[in-house]
Write a protein that binds this ligand. Structure first.
Ligand SMILES: CC(=O)SCCNC(=O)CCNC(=O)[C@H](O)C(C)(C)COP(=O)(O)OP(=O)(O)OC[C@H]1O[C@@H](n2cnc3c(N)ncnc32)[C@H](O)[C@@H]1OP(=O)(O)O
Ligand SMILES: O=C([O-])CC(=O)C(=O)O
Ligand SMILES: [Mg+2]
Length: 303
C-alpha cells in the first residue's frame, strides 16, 4: 500500500491535468507526464451509469500506484447529484491529497463537503484535516460568491473557473482574447488573493489548437493566475515555461534584493534600479519571484 506524504496548501500548481478516473490505462501512470497535479475526474468525464466503476478504479489506483511528487486531486460530483457522498468516502479512504468541488456555488457547499470529509477521515482512520479542498466556480453565482467560498474552510487551497459550464450559463462561446470571461476571471482572482488562496484558469478544450491555447496561457499568466486546468499532456510544457520567471526577471529581482539591505542600512527607502523606481512592495515582489524561480527549478543564483 502506498503511503503519501501530507499534502501542502501552497505548492506549485501550474498545471492540473484532468483525466477520467474510470480509465485505469490513463490514471495508472499519469504522473510520468510531469504535470504538477492530476485531477482524477468522477464528474462529467464519467458517464452516469459508470460512477461505481470509476470509484473502484480510482480507489485501486491510489492504493497501488506511487504518484511521487505529483499531487492527486479528485473532482467529485456536484452536491445536486446522488453521487457526491460516496465519492467523498472513496476519495478519503483512498488517501487522495484533495478534492475539487465541482459546481461550487456557496460557502455552505464548502461546509457541507468539509463535514462529510471529516466524517470520512474519522471513519477510515485518516489524519483529520489531511484532505485539502479546492472549489470549481462554474456559474455566475459561484463567481459572485467567490470570496465567501474560498474563505469558508481552512482546508481550502484555491479555486478554478470552469469555462465549459460557465460559458454555457452565460450563453457565450470562446472568444479571441478571452473577452467573454475577463470579468469573471478578474473577479475570481480578486477573491482568491483577498483570501490568500491560489487561483487557476479553466481548461482549454480545443486540444489541437495550440496557437489559441498559448495565447490564453500567456494572458492567464499576465492576469496573475497561479496555473491552469488542462486536459492533455500536450498542454503541460508551455504552461510550465510560461509560468516560470524568465532569466531577465530573475536577474532584476536579484539585483533588487541585493540592493535593498544596503540602501536601507544607509537610510534610503526609495531609489532606482536600472532606471526604475523601487521601494518596499517591489522588494517583496522580487523575493516572491526568486522563490518561484527556485520552485520552478530555473534559479541558478545564490540568494
Ligand atoms: C469540461 C470538463 O469537464 S473538462 C474535465 C473532464 N475531461 C477530461 O477529463 C478529459 C481529459 N482528456 C482526455 O481524456 C483525452 O485527452 C481526450 C479523450 C480528450 C483525447 O484523448 P486522445 O485522443 O487519446 O489524445 P491524444 O492522442 O492526444 O493522447 C496522446 C497520449 O496522451 C494520453 N493522454 C491524453 N490525455 C490525457 C490525460 N488527460 N491524462 C493522461 N493521459 C492523457 C493518451 O492516453 C495518449 O497516450 P498513449 O500515447 O500512451 O496512447
Ligand atoms: O473545471 C474545468 O476547467 C472543466 C469544467 O468542468 C468546465 O469547464 O466546466
Ligand atoms: Mg464543468
Amino acid at each position: 500500500m502506498i503511503k503519501r506524504p501530507a499534502p501542502q496548501k501552497v505548492r506549485l500548481r501550474r498545471t492540473m491535468m484532468f483525466m477520467n478516473a474510470q480509465k485505469p490505462g490513463l490514471i495508472k501512470d499519469a504522473y510520468i507526464y510531469g504535470s504538477d497535479s492530476i485531477i482524477l475526474d468522477l464528474e462529467d468525464a464519467v458517464a452516469e451509469n459508470q460512477k461505481d466503476a470509476a470509484r473502484f478504479s480510482l480507489y485501486n489506483a491510489l492504493k497501488s500506484v506511487d504518484y511521487g511528487d505529483t499531487e492527486v486531486i479528485v473532482r467529485i460530483n456536484g452536491l445536486d447529484t446522488p453521487h457526491w457522498q460516496e465519492d467523498i468516502r472513496c476519495v478519503v479512504a483512498a488517501g487522495a491529497d484533495g478534492i475539487r468541488i465541482a459546481k461550487c456555488e456557496s460557502a455552505q457547499d464548502v461546509l457541507t463537503v468539509e463535514a462529510h470529509v471529516l466524517a470520512a477521515e474519522r471513519e477510515f482512520g485518516v489524519e483529520e484535516g489531511r484532505t485539502l479542498l479546492m472549489a470549481a466556480l462554474e456559474s455566475p453565482k459561484g463567481i459572485l460568491n467567490a470570496y465567501e467560498i474560498v474563505s469558508a474552510s481552512a482546508r481550502m487551497f484555491g479555486c478554478a473557473i470552469s469555462g465549459g459550464d460557465f460559458r454555457k450559463s452565460m450563453h457565450v462561446q470562446i472568444q479571441e482574447g478571452g473577452i467573454e470571461m475577463l470579468t469573471a476571471r478578474g473577479q475570481m482572482l480578486l477573491a482568491a488573493r483577498a483570501a490568500g488562496v491560489m487561483c487557476f484558469d479553466t481548461m482549454f478544450p480545443n486540444i489541437d489548437d495550440m496557437e489559441t491555447f498559448k495565447q490564453e496561457v500567456i494572458q492567464n499568466h499576465k492576469m496573475g493566475f497561479d496555473g491552469k486546468s488542462i486536459v492533455s499532456p500536450k498542454q503541460i510544457q508551455f504552461v510550465h515555461d510560461t509560468f516560470a520567471p524568465t532569466q531577465k526577471e530573475i536577474a532584476y529581482a536579484e539585483k533588487l534584493v541585493r540592493s535593498f539591505d544596503e540602501q536601507a542600512d544607509s537610510g534610503v527607502g526609495v531609489y532606482t534600479v536600472d532606471g526604475k523606481m523601487v521601494d518596499i512592495p517591489f522588494f517583496e515582489d522580487a523575493r516572491r519571484i526568486i522563490a518561484l524561480a527556485k520552485a520552478c527549478g530555473v534559479y541558478k543564483g545564490d540568494l
